[in-house]
Design a protein around this ligand. Structure first.
Ligand code: PEP
Ligand code: MN
Length: 265
């Protein structure tokens, strides 16, 4: 179902409010790694919206390497995302980690459900998400091949949910300078063999704030349909992923650079 051979036209994922991912315009998703407080999420939401973002990201349930690290505000985080949505109108993109959270996410009206890299092959979860119509942002696994990413998309689509957005977020290689290695070639390859929209996450790929701009530019040049970028009002104090988070001013600058090569207004 994800194969372009049987579906030559590009899939455009359209939200109820008409916003699209995979259409003519570049989709810009921005916000903090984790939702931390109402003041934080609403401030970041307003700032990224002003810079041109059309979607707000923010983690409420966080898949952390250490069980002792901040795990997210959970249900309260979803409420705070909704508060920011009420203020700005920005649709919400947030990660779901378990089948047990599906009802909560539906009740909260999450606009796009993110499946994180660590859950890309949680087949039971993918199957359940296949029964929804909510768009799914499916992130490439830490060491997953392009074929494996597409098979995971297939699990969701097989159940009847064709609103799948693929996300290249860097993969593990022997290189240690960056957090992950952005597989830029995955963008044109996914666009060629699949009809699904492709979004790139330069934040988790590079793991370093100053790398976000060149990686974002490369992704757009390579044909990405959108970008998902981490932005925090105070990166040094962020409860997760501060090192790769842009300040709102830095995001404004990056959005300006991207606007030079891909109009998204
Ligand atoms: C995130 O988006 O904050 C995240 C945890 O991403 P990934 O699953 O790509 O590591
Ligand atoms: Mn993060």
């Amino acid at each position: 179902k994800a194969n372009r051979k049987f579906h030559p036209d590009d899939t455009v994922v359209t939200l109820p409010n008409g916003l699209q991912i995979g259409g003519e315009k570049l989709a810009l998703i921005a916000g903090p790694c984790s939702v931390e407080s109402e003041a934080q999420i609403t401030e970041v939401a307003k700032r990224v919206q002003h810079a041109g973002a059309q979607f707000l990201r923010g983690g409420a349930f966080k898949p952390r390497t250490s069980p002792y690290a901040f795990q997210g505000l959970k249900a309260q985080g979803l409420d705070l995302l909704n508060a920011a949505k009420k203020e700005t109108g920005l649709p919400i993109v947030t990660e779901l980690m378990s089948v047990r959270q599906i009802d909560l996410f539906l009740q909260a009206g999450v606009d796009i459900i993110q499946v994180g890299a660590r859950n890309m092959q949680n087949f039971d979860l993918l199957r359940e998400l296949g029964h929804l119509q909510t768009p799914i942002l499916l992130k490439r696994g830490l060491s997953a091949t392009i074929e494996e990413l597409l098979m995971s998309a297939e699990y969701i689509m097989a159940g009847g949910n064709s609103n799948v957005i693929l996300c290249e977020r860097g993969i593990r290689t022997y290189e240690t300078y960056t957090r992950n290695t952005l597989d830029i070639s995955a963008v044109p390859i996914l666009k060629k063999i699949s009809h699904l929209p492709v979004v790139v996450d330069p934040s988790h790929a590079g793991g370093i704030a100053w790398l976000v701009e060149p990686l974002a530019m490369a992704a757009v040049a390579a044909g990405a349909d959108g970008l998902i970028i981490e932005v925090h009002n105070n990166p040094p104090k962020a409860l997760s992923d501060g090192a790769q988070s842009l300040t709102p001013d830095q995001f404004d600058h990056v959005a300006g650079r991207i606007r030079e090569i891909a109009p998204f207004f």
